[in-house]
Design a protein around this ligand. Structure first.
Ligand code: NDP
Ligand code: OXD
Length: 317
């Protein structure tokens, strides 16, 4: 490490599809002790000690010889981990942030309530000028299941339990959340699915979870169940989802994430009558809160402390 690099941290924002001007200003404000640069105006790459990434341009991370930490502007880090140039021993910290959490909590709650109160049914009634009031089930009689019980899944589970829903979560290791029944591991996945009427996916994308929502798992849900996928497009096998909707096994699906984004114009999801498509907006990284979170994590790392939400590369999340 050069003397200059040791003296003053230099942060490189290496992102695509992000308002880099806003991030430059926010990190300048939150981290006055650091110098902040934006790729590709990176200057001497040997001076860069910290990288802030989202859809990081290919090859950049492999060209920073004095890198000490990588901070993702998203919660999901599968794309960073897939970078063949990712330095093996540099800590990668994902985003766990109140702005992101609030957005996800709102979106998931909104869609669960939408299905619970049969808003699609009333929209159809309106189109046919039909006045047909129906009593919804009590929330304690509505079984919601959340795949993932981490920062986001756990928060959504708590909120929905607060509404009185019968909520369960599924995780890798046991997770205790008040009022939420936890299932864990592949052995308990079938039991979890068989009791779930509204399924929410909030898993990280890993080798274990790729394609987890497929013909076999969809067939385990009760007939007429709903799906809300707000995690990653690759969790869902697209053809199997369409087949489950067309056969009536699944009543409807809300999809925020897709195998290819933007969702190609010809993709059948766009016009499927039982699918609601939104453009990866269930939770948006908010510069105001996330810049504070990143700054806190940068300081912890530079002080030699353990940084919460450092990715465990062996688990893949
Ligand atoms: P966390 O790492 O906090 O939580 C992940 C959860 O998934 C944990 O409960 C974990 O289990 C569980 N899990 C992981 N692998 C498995 C497995 N093989 N079997 C069973 N359970 C498993 O992640 P976050 O809650 O912060 O984020 C989740 C995902 O949401 C992100 O990875 C991202 O893909 C997506 N996301 C999408 C956004 C959007 O806008 N659409 C925005 C933000 C995030 P355990 O508790 O045992 O570790
Ligand atoms: C994330 C996302 O992972 O926005 O944070 O998808």
């Amino acid at each position: 490490v050069t003397a200059a690099a040791a003296a003053r941290p230099v942060v490189l924002i290496a992102c695509q599809g992000v308002d880099t001007d806003a991030w430059l200003a926010a990190l300048g404000r939150e981290l006055p002790e650091a110098e902040v640069r934006v790729w590709p105006e990176a200057g001497d790459l040997a001076e860069i000690t910290l990288a802030v990434v989202w859809r990081c341009p290919a090859g950049v991370l492999g060209r920073l010889p004095n890198l000490r930490g990588i901070f993702s502007l998203g919660a999901g880090v599968e794309a960073v981990l897939a970078d063949p140039q990712l330095p093996a021993s540099v800590p990668l910290v994902r985003l766990v942030d109140p702005g992101l959490a609030t957005g996800m909590n709102e979106f998931v709650t909104m869609r669960v309530l939408h299905y619970h109160r049969d808003m699609d049914g009333y929209a159809a009634d309106q189109r046919s000028h039909t006045w047909a009031p129906r009593a919804p089930p009590l929330p304690q009689d509505r079984r919601v299941g959340i795949l993932g019980a981490g920062a986001l899944g756990g928060l959504c589970a708590r909120t929905l339990a607060g509404f009185g829903f019968d909520v369960a979560s599924w995780s890798r290791s046991p997770r205790v959340i008040d009022g939420v029944r936890n299932y864990c591991g592949r052995d308990q996945l079938s039991d979890f699915l068989r009791r779930t009427e509204i399924l929410v996916c909030l898993l990280p994308l890993t080798a274990d979870t790729d394609g987890i929502i497929n013909r076999r798992t969809l067939a385990e849900l009760p007939r007429g169940a709903f799906l809300i996928n707000v995690a990653r497009g690759r969790h869902v096998v697209d053809e199997d989802l369409i087949e489950a909707l067309d056969s009536g096994r699944l009543a409807a699906a809300t999809l925020d994430v897709f195998r290819e984004e933007p969702l190609p114009p010809q993709h059948p999801f766009w016009s499927h009558p039982k699918i609601t498509v939104v453009p990866h907006i269930s939770a948006v990284t908010q510069v105001a809160t996330a810049s504070r979170t990143v700054a806190t994590n940068v300081r912890l790392l530079l002080a030699g402390c353990s940084v919460p939400d450092t990715v465990d590369r062996s688990r893949g999340y």
